[in-house]
Write a protein that binds this ligand. Structure first.
Ligand SMILES: Nc1ncnc2c1ncn2[C@@H]1O[C@H](COP(=O)(O)OP(=O)(O)OP(=O)(O)O)[C@@H](O)[C@H]1O
Ligand SMILES: [Mg+2]
Length: 319
């Protein structure tokens, strides 16, 4: 059974001498955990179809014909980006992040952008960044505000087109509507040049190079005061994905496991119950955050404590 096998990973993570290695292992553990979780789910549902399950995840192949690494997911494929990003932390892969990945890779395949929407702290920005890491692309996050004008956004787009990096524009709907209509034209010219496989194109009056890997993503928090509704022509260029409720309990479980805890399912349930209660019952002032951000910070801190006080029981460290 998967759980017996996994117990060994946990000993390895726990006995880790070099913390840098821990990052790599934690990522491996995340993937294994998610896969076993998904297999269990599919067995439960009685719909274990290897091919469908396998096709929906990110797969890496070495393509001998082009002598390069190709990343596939569902019907889409793209070349690996080879951007050196260091040993950074990766996200826990949950059904929601997986769905978001599929939407974003499909969007790129169709020469569109992607737009995760949802309330604060559900992992919109981080999921885009994480997909970029998985595909080896540099992701540049830009926090948008009312003061951005079409010229500065144009410069950002021109940089993305020339370097082939990804841009993630946070809070995109805070930009003024007048500016947005110009921005829509700029994005359209990039996306249509991408779809025609051009190697250079005319952008804002000058001819610039176009790298085919470039991608544009926007995240939005609809329904907040001072946010504008996107114009329809802009909406049609982005594939939306709704990220309303993060799988917090699962993320807590996987993160705790990555930090070397055992019995993580029960511990994660307790943390999740505590945080949900706190969110519902305690003061609603905005500087309290009992959402996913708080949970992730807590698991990270618990991991530090775990390594410091290795003689304590897991429950004592955490609660
Ligand atoms: N799948 C995941 N695994 C681990 N941590 C996650 C996951 N999803 C989100 N997080 C954590 O949740 C926190 C919030 O994520 P993020 O910053 O992407 O939220 P957001 O939706 O962009 O919020 P905002 O609207 O405020 O910008 C981050 O600290 C991130 O590390
Ligand atoms: Mg964000």
């Amino acid at each position: 059974m998967p759980h017996i096998e996994i117990a060994r990973y946990d000993e390895v993570v726990f006995g880790m001498v070099q913390p840098e290695l821990g990052g790599y292992l934690a990522e491996l553990v995340h993937e294994v955990l998610f896969d076993t979780g998904r297999l269990n789910l599919e067995f439960d549902d009685g719909v274990l179809d290897d091919r469908a399950a396998g096709r929906s995840r990110l797969r890496f192949y070495w393509d001998k014909d082009i002598d390069d690494c190709v990343v596939r997911q569902t019907n889409t494929h793209s070349r690996y980006g080879y951007e050196y990003l260091g040993n950074t932390e990766r996200l826990a892969i949950t059904p929601l992040t997986d769905r978001c990945y599929i939407t974003l890779t499909t969007a790129l395949h169709l020469y569109r952008g992607g737009s995760p929407k949802g309330p604060a702290g559900t992992g919109k920005t981080e999921t885009v960044k994480d997909l970029g890491k998985a595909l080896g692309f540099n992701v540049i996050v830009q926090n948008c505000s009312e003061s951005l004008d079409y010229k500065s956004i144009g410069k950002l787009f021109s940089g993305l087109a020339q370097t082939g990096a990804w841009g993630c524009f946070d809070e995109f709907n805070r930009i003024d509507v007048e500016v947005l209509s110009v921005v829509a034209q700029q994005i359209l010219s990039i996306l249509s040049s991408l779809s025609q496989n051009l190697s250079q194109f005319i952008f804002e009056g000058s001819t610039i190079v176009l790298k085919p890997t470039c991608g544009i993503f926007i995240t939005m928090n609809p329904g907040y005061a001072g946010r504008t509704e996107l114009p329809d022509n802009l909406k049609s260029m982005f594939r939306p994905i709704c990220m309303m409720k993060p799988d917090s309990a699962m993320i807590a479980e996987i993160n705790l496991f990555g930090e070397g805890f055992r019995n993580t399912r029960i511990l994660a349930k307790k943390i999740f119950a505590l945080y949900s209660l706190a969110q519902q019952q305690l003061s609603q002032q905005y500087h309290y955050d009992f959402g996913l951000r708080g949970i992730v910070t807590l698991t990270r801190y618990a991991g530090q404590k775990r390594r410091l006080h290795s003689h304590l029981l897991d429950e004592e460290v955490l609660l």
